[in-house]
Design a protein around this ligand. Structure first.
Ligand SMILES: Cc1cc2nc3c(=O)[nH]c(=O)nc-3n(C[C@H](O)[C@H](O)[C@H](O)COP(=O)(O)O)c2cc1C
Length: 370
């Protein structure tokens, strides 16, 4: 019996296996609104065999977008644009759908990656960003404005409003984006947070705003539905945010009812030095799980079925998330199930693709013709 393919429940959300499609920005929205690209992308990966699909970083206000093409959920139009996509996913797949709620903070106003990814100057259509402190992400960039009390309340309320819209759309779970150098990570890290008020300085103060946002969305999202948090477990910079502080953050989140920690890393400083290798972030998920007992998701250069199986079977993490591996092989879950000898959900239109050596890959299926 494969550990990767065994079920897990997060609150009332029952997942058939431990595979998640990681959130992946598509930089293809217009005015924050999803379109035919998102329809194709999400519906394709809804048939991947993963039990959980996480919609890309979905920004809670327009100035909180990373790029002009980033997805949003801040008004009726952005909400309406996602509706037909979710209707289609529900019609053809049993995958659970999570949504990552995000705010880019000082990393907003960027060009799309394929246009170079650098800051867009104001005269070229960029916008004034905001962050914990008036410190630019990179030398020479226009710095963000430091958020005051009303700005903090406005953004917290925007997270709340997006969480309510997500519930109206029938989203099964939320993931709060506190990783990769975006706004909530900017509050956590001493590199980007130099505030002298109750939101800066000590670890307890740096945790305060992300925890307030977590509490605020937890209060409005149904109790039956889980909320996880994606973290960067280290900045990969001496004197920055690290695993020890992440564990304290996870403890505080656990006390507030967090349902998972998705353990990534980096993104807050261009000075980061990341030692990339297969599964290089798994020790972070393991460390958080061991120290706190919180359900963890390992992510980052997990590409092989046996590698994913080992991570879950050995208890290093409870689930795995794949991003690039899923784009490369959008039936990754099927292939993993075939390799590990398990079952996976597939739509009847595709049942005939079942390999002759794997007659029960899609469970007990039957079809005929006259
Ligand atoms: C195209 C692309 C877009 C991404 N967008 C997001 C995002 O919206 N939110 C997020 O937390 N991570 C994002 N990531 C990071 C992935 O979720 C994941 O953490 C990272 O790619 C490592 O996993 P992998 O080695 O399986 O790709 C993105 C990655 C890719 C490749």
């Amino acid at each position: 019996m494969s550990a990767l393919l065994s079920p897990i429940s997060l609150r009332d959300l029952a997942l058939a296996n431990r595979i998640m499609v990681a959130p992946m920005c598509q930089y293809s929205a217009e005015n924050g609104e999803a379109n035919d690209w998102h329809f194709t992308h999400i519906n394709t990966l809804a048939l991947s065999g993963a039990a959980l699909f996480c919609i890309e970083a979905t920004h809670v206000e327009a100035v909180g977008r990373i790029t002009p093409g980033c997805l949003g959920l801040w008004n009726d139009a952005t909400e309406a644009a996602l509706k037909p996509i979710l209707v289609s996913v529900r019609k053809h797949s049993r995958i659970a759908v999570a949504m990552q709620l995000a705010h880019a903070g000082r990393k907003g106003s960027s060009h799309k990656p394929w246009d170079g990814g650098q800051q867009i100057p104001l005269p070229e259509g960029g916008w004034q960003t905001e962050g914990p402190s008036a410190l630019p992400h990179k030398d020479g960039e226009l710095p963000p404005l430091a958020l005051d009390a009303s700005g903090l309340a406005r953004i917290r309320d925007a997270f709340v409003s997006a969480a309510k819209r997500a519930e109206r759309l029938g989203i099964d779970a939320l993931e709060l984006h506190a990783a990769h150098g975006y706004l909530l990570h900017q509050f956590l890290s001493p590199i980007s947070n130099r505030r002298t008020d109750q939101y800066g300085g000590s670890l307890q103060n740096r945790l305060r705003y992300p925890l307030e946002v977590f509490d605020a969305i937890r209060a409005v999202f149904p109790k039956t539905k889980p909320i996880g948090v994606k973290v960067s477990a280290t900045d990969w910079v001496e004197g920055g945010w690290d695993l020890e502080q992440t564990i304290e953050f996870a403890r505080e989140l656990k006390a507030r009812g967090v349902d998972w920690i998705d353990a990534s890393s980096g993104g807050v400083s261009p000075l980061q030095k990341i030692p990339l290798s297969p599964g290089y972030q798994v020790p972070f998920a393991q460390g958080i799980k061991q120290a706190t007992g919180v359900t963890t998701i390992a992510v980052g250069l997990i590409t092989e079925a046996k590698q994913a199986e080992e991570i879950v079977a050995s208890g290093k993490a409870d689930m795995v998330a794949l991003a690039r591996g899923m784009l490369y092989d959008p039936r990754w879950g099927w292939h993993a199930a075939a390799e590990l000898g398990g079952h996976v959900d597939a739509p009847p239109q595709y049942w005939r693709s079942q390999p002759s050596t794997q007659k029960e890959l899609f469970g007990k299926t039957s079809f005929g013709a006259r």
